[in-house]
Design a protein. Structure first.
Length: 352
């Protein structure tokens, strides 16, 4: 009886050592037969009662050897199967070939243009300043020399967000800023000259949306305040900007204009040319194209912000980023930049 049990264990050991597998299913079948919860080796220890006492140590060693052989064989079959799968994959695919390119997103033309403008002014010493888009009446209007009854308020249709009406003498109304000049006011309130900043950001005006205008858009405004700043300094700075932006042969001209926070004030045009029908259309047949407004900071603005106008002077300028983007990328409709149409946006892949 004992010998019969020994022979059965030896047969199982030989069966295990000679086992092979060509598929994952066969490997799993091996695991279930020899290592599963109801495997064929588990009942062997119950045969210990049929083994003479002097042979029990030998029998126990043989059973343990068989179990260990089953585990080792299973591990070997798994490794062999994994290697075979890797070889098959290598045969099906060229692992040295470059991977499939992932589609890249595009930068928005407004973002590209804003970064370009900021980079130009940062190279000549301007730093970026920011402020809230929901602004109070004082910083948006009054500090910029536009009191409540000033006719210049009619130049901008404002979105008020507190009580729905303009403020009275206390100037407490809250509104969506109509320009980033409010950032200039906040900077001058908390800094003393020399001040050299640009203020990029989103602004809002209650305007009819069309191909040339929108109720929300972006501006970059600049401010330089120090001792003995002159109109000539401003002209040289803006000429440098125009040539960096549109080419080193760009010509500019300054035309008298009016803004409540600068005196004297000017509009700056660049010579666009009259080479195509498009040139005639966008310049109205003159060849000149307006790109920004500018002027010397009104002494009253400096005084409102706590800066001595007897000692300091300064200049300010502002431009619409959408307008610059439309010129740079030959975009004919401003609405395209707010519709998030992928067919439009995927054209802009430049990285500055």
């Amino acid at each position: 009886m004992a010998q019969e049990v020994f022979d059965r264990v030896a047969a199982l050991l030989e069966e295990i050592e000679g086992a092979t597998a060509e598929t994952a299913e066969q490997v799993e079948a091996f695991r279930i037969r020899y290592l599963g919860s109801k495997n064929v080796l588990k009942p062997l220890m119950g045969e210990m009662r049929n083994i003479p006492n002097e042979q029990k140590p030998e029998f126990g060693q043989l059973v343990n050897k068989t179990k260990q052989a089953a585990q080792a064989k299973f591990d070997a079959l798994q490794e062999s199967m994994a290697a075979s799968a890797g070889a098959d994959a290598g045969a099906r695919f060229d692992l040295t070939a470059p991977g499939e390119p992932l589609p890249l997103g595009s930068r928005h033309p407004i973002a590209l243009t804003m970064r370009r403008i900021i980079a130009i002014f940062e190279r000549i010493g301007f730093t970026v300043a920011e402020g809230p888009e929901v602004e109070d009446d004082w910083h948006n209007f009054s500090a910029m020399n536009t009191p409540e009854d000033h006719p210049a308020r009619d130049m901008q249709d404002t979105y008020y967000v507190a009580d729905g009406l303009p403020a009275g003498a206390n100037n407490t109304a809250m509104l969506l800023r109509t320009h980033t000049s409010s950032v200039q006011a906040r900077t001058m309130e908390h800094s003393q000259p020399p001040i050299r900043i640009i203020a990029p950001g989103r602004v809002y005006r209650n305007e009819t949306i069309s191909a040339r205008s929108h109720a929300q858009f972006h501006q970059v405004e600049g401010l330089y305040v120090a001792e003995k700043v002159s109109f000539a300094d401003m002209k040289a700075t803006l000429l440098h900007f125009a040539r960096e932006m549109y080419g080193d042969k760009t010509k500019i001209r300054l035309r008298p204009s009016y803004f409540p926070f600068t005196e004297p004030s000017a509009e700056m045009d660049i010579w666009w040319g009259l080479e195509t029908e498009h040139d005639y259309r966008i310049t109205k047949g003159t060849g000149w194209l307006e790109i920004l407004g500018c002027g010397m900071v009104d002494p009253k603005v400096l005084e409102n912000c706590g800066i001595d106008p007897e000692r300091y002077t300064g200049y300010a300028f502002g431009m619409g980023i959408e307008r610059q983007a439309m010129l740079l990328y030959n975009i004919t409709d401003i609405r395209l930049m707010f519709e998030n149409d992928v067919r439009f946006l995927k054209q802009f892949k430049s990285v500055l």
